[in-house]
Design a binder for this molecule. Sequence first.
Ligand code: PDD
Length: 284
Amino acid sequence: MSRIVYVNGEYLPEEEAKISIFDRGFLFADGVYEVSTILDGKLVDNAGHLARLQRSLAELDIPAPCSMEEIETIQHTLIERNAIAAGSIYLQVTRGAEDRNFLWSEGLKPSLIMFTQSRGAKMDKVAEKGLDVISQPDIRWQRRDIKTVALLPASLAKRKAIAEGANDAWLVEDGMITEGTSNNAHIITKDGKLVTRALSNKILHGITRKAVLALAKEAGLTVEERSFSPDEVKNAAEAFVTSATMFVTPVVSFDGVKIGDGKPGPHTTRLRDLYVSFAKKSLS
Ligand code: PDD
């Protein structure tokens, strides 16, 4: 059975789903997206993702293609029709299609597409082992707080990391870490503080980051929202990433230097457990 996807009002087998070659998402990366995780056939912290979708759309002046309630209905229909118990759902809104022109016409009809991806136990294995991360220059634009589909710099950095035998890259700008290619970056200092970059236009305002910082504070950890350097990563006790798909995943080496003892640390493991419990409670 082929996967059923959603395109502009229709549920179709993926081979039959079509978008115009003039879609501005395709020609100009003029679109935004969200990824929500599916657990037990339900969505993790989905309200946060839909709130961020609305913010991304507003920042780019793209009208919402439909109400957020309708988006939720489509998400649930796709989960059901594809019988996904664990995985993710991707949704993308673009400004719409018209003959190529840098200046778009007002009143374009936005495009909405969605598809599910199922996942096996691979992510749990990654969490047990931890990630090897390298640094890469952050060559992205200056509005990283908007979740746009312009992901080529992130793809290039990830490819470089894999080519060098690592799993992912943390991006560096002006001597400081911004974030991972598709996740937020965090360290635990040797004196037990969680340090993570403060929110600004320099990073995506991660939905998982927000939940994990709240859980960390509840658990009595001191949280410092400030920039940190590659040297601080190498000298940290622990490091980890957060994202909708990776939850809390340990980072065990950075630019070839072991972090702590080179194994997932106790704070990271605890935060992952706390987040998994939170995720289960947040299902909708
Ligand atoms: N990426 N930073 C970047 C650049 C991201 O692309 C993501 C998410 C995050 C984490 O955000 P959240 O916790 O809301 O997932 C941070 C998704 C998972 C992706 O592109 O597949």
